[in-house]
Design a protein around this ligand. Structure first.
Ligand code: MG
Length: 401
């Protein structure tokens, strides 16, 4: 059955909220910044500020050079998350499947809602956009498509206050000339490697033989091919499912089997960071850490350890995960790694009791704030780069599989 997925992306979110709350800022070039230091970074620029060439990620000092009358506003995260809670409450009137992927964007599977609202995907997108404008007084752009990959692509095509529909019959035409880096998840490393193979557009990616992509990129070869074809069957996660999880975990198939402890450690950190981000988002702390290892012959083992104190930061989780891994004495090539945290309890948002852990707590929150603004994974611990290099560059060497 053809699904109808909406991707909703708030326009200049933090700046729009500040402008809505303070009429003096409306119609003015506004930048939201962490503080007023010269080297502070622009977290969001209002569309009036963008007209001067100011972009997210610019130094505040540069923004002032581009537009001397720019008005800086210090960001206040609690204000923005409170706004997002209102937004989610509104969205949940249109679907039970609302998956927020950051503070200002998310997916809705509205396949089952269309009949109820007697409209099509585009009609529902208009309705939702209008309600957000009328009731929350905020602008947003919406992409409408048969899957998440295309819906996300669509929402970025027209901003602000855009509605873009990608219909199944137009997918091929749209993707034919589309540069691969427009696909969410194809970053600079992947782009460079694909470009080296002569693959510049999604159309070319779609035509690349799967075998060739798998030989070069390992496990993500299949995903890349699907990107080129505009195919994505990943579900929009039901918000209700995540209310009271018993455990939070992530696993990944390695780009190729390995025994290299350095690589394994960095993948465990990568997974632990993902788990940590989700724990903090769900305001949960966990005490039991489980490491899962699947060998090249698919034999799978898991081992757990319960910590003295509950944690929610990737570094603490990864330290435990690596310790557990070492106790497994796994000396055969590994194909898959997983990290799970269970034994969960609500966190009240206060730092850990142990001073030794407080640094991890602070770093984790700083990383959340930046990743939420710039997109997932913009800031990572340096060690994670080992995993990335292994995933993209090493497996990209010809003849290595
Ligand atoms: Mg946005």
């Amino acid at each position: 059955m053809t699904r109808t997925i909406l991707h909703l992306d708030m326009d200049a979110y933090f700046a729009s909220i500040e402008q809505k709350l303070n009429p003096a800022l409306q119609g003015k070039p506004v930048v939201v910044v962490g503080d007023l230091k010269r080297r502070s970074i622009v977290l969001t620029a209002s569309y009036e500020a963008r007209a001067f060439g100011i972009k997210t990620g610019d130094l505040f000092w540069n923004a002032q050079k581009l537009c001397p009358q720019v008005i800086p506003v210090i960001s206040s995260h609690h204000k923005y998350s409170a706004q997002t809670e209102e937004l989610v409450a509104l969205l949940e009137q249109y679907s039970s499947q609302v998956e927020m992927t950051s503070i200002d964007e998310g997916y809705l599977d509205v396949t089952g809602s269309l009949r109820l609202f007697k409209t099509d995907g585009e009609g529902l997108a208009r309705l939702i956009q209008k309600r957000i404008q009328d009731e929350l007084r905020l602008p947003c752009s919406v992409g409408v498509a048969p899957n998440k990959l295309l819906a996300k692509l669509a929402s970025g095509m027209k901003k602000p206050m855009g509605i873009t529909v990608i219909r199944p019959e137009t997918v091929q035409d749209i993707l034919a000339q589309l540069p691969i880096e427009k696909i969410s998840g194809i970053g600079p490393h992947l782009k460079a490697s694909l470009n080296q193979m002569g693959i510049m557009t999604c159309g070319q990616l779609a035509q690349a033989p799967l075998k060739q992509l798998e030989a070069k990129f390992g496990a993500i070869g299949r995903w890349l091919k699907a990107c080129g074809l505009g195919e994505d069957d990943s579900p929009v996660k039901n918000a209700g499912d995540e209310d009271t999880p018993k455990s939070i975990g992530h696993s990944t198939t390695l780009p190729k089997d390995t025994k290299d402890r350095r690589v394994i450690e960095s993948f465990l950190l990568l997974l632990a960071e993902k788990v940590g981000t989700r724990l903090r988002k769900a305001k949960l702390l966990g005490r039991t850490i489980t490491t899962t290892v699947r060998f090249h012959d698919f034999k799978t083992i898991s081992k757990s350890h319960t910590l003295q104190e509950a944690v929610d930061d990737g570094l603490s989780v990864s330290k435990a995960a690596v310790r557990i891994f070492d106790q497994m004495h796994a000396d055969r090539p590994i194909r898959l790694l997983g990290v799970t945290v269970s034994n969960l309890a609500d966190s009240d948002g206060t730092p850990y009791l142990f001073e030794s852990m407080e640094k991890g707590w602070q770093v984790a929150r700083a990383m959340d704030a930046i990743n939420e603004k710039y997109g997932k994974g913009k800031i990572r611990r340096a060690k994670v780069l080992d995993a990335e290099k292994f995933g993209v560059l090493e497996s990209a060497m010809p003849g290595k599989k």
